[in-house]
Design a binder for this molecule. Structure first.
Ligand code: GRF
Length: 200
């Protein structure tokens, strides 16, 4: 299975995908796409000789239509948003419907929606005095963070003393469930039955 990963920053999830032993044999990251001219995630891609693309309206960047053309050529089966901060045009999302997933650093449907990205999510969780948080992998649809949930994993945050500490714990489980979901996709084990996502 061929995968394209969208990134905007550090790229630790991309690194987790690239390093995952469960993905070695049947999953290939063929493209890394960013809205930033340069970011740490791009350096990870380049170190692995993975093709990179810049998408958006900035000078020298390609459009989403052009990107779709390149992804077709690369025979991409699954698009993974791993810390991608820009809203993707609906036309592109519809084109890849059912084949585009995102990792969110909280337990959706709580702590999602506009503005809920990065440390903002963990601040909101901390201020709510929540006792658990976690990571969610979900399908992308046409609004923020509302697509069907594929996989979640909780972390206990009863004893944390800062949003940053929550972020650290959640990131550990992100690195576990994102590669696992990709593996399940590659194995054809993710299906929608009666409007629910079922993993076999
Ligand atoms: C992760 O917490 C992800 O859930 C969120 O942005 C962060 C990206 O981290 N959407 P990284 O770039 O994968 O290190």
């Amino acid at each position: 299975m061929n995968v394209a990963v969208f990134v905007s920053g550090r790229g630790s999830n991309l690194q987790a995908i690239v390093n995952s032993p469960g993905l070695k044999n049947h999953v290939q990251v063929k493209a890394v796409i960013s809205d930033k001219a340069d970011c740490r995630a791009f350096q990870i891609a380049k170190a692995q000789a993975i093709q990179t693309f810049n998408v958006g309206s900035k000078t020298g960047f390609i459009s989403y239509d052009e990107l779709a053309y390149h992804l077709e050529e690369l025979k991409i089966d699954l698009i993974v948003l791993a810390g991608f901060l820009k809203l993707i045009p609906i036309k592109f999302i519809n084109y890849y419907k059912g084949k585009i997933i995102n990792i969110h650093p909280a337990l959706l449907p709580s702590f999602g929606g506009p503005g809920m990205y990065g440390i903002n999510v963990h601040k909101a969780v901390f201020e709510a005095s929540a006792k658990v948080s976690g990571a969610t992998v979900h399908f992308i649809d046409d609004t923020y963070d509302t697509g069907k949930i594929i996989m979640q994993k909780c972390v206990d945050i009863t004893d944390v003393s800062s949003p940053e500490e929550i972020a650290e714990r959640v990131l550990q489980v992100e690195h576990q469930i994102l590669p696992l979901v990709i593996q399940k996709f590659a194995e054809g084990k993710i299906n929608i039955v009666d409007n629910r996502v079922i993993i076999n």
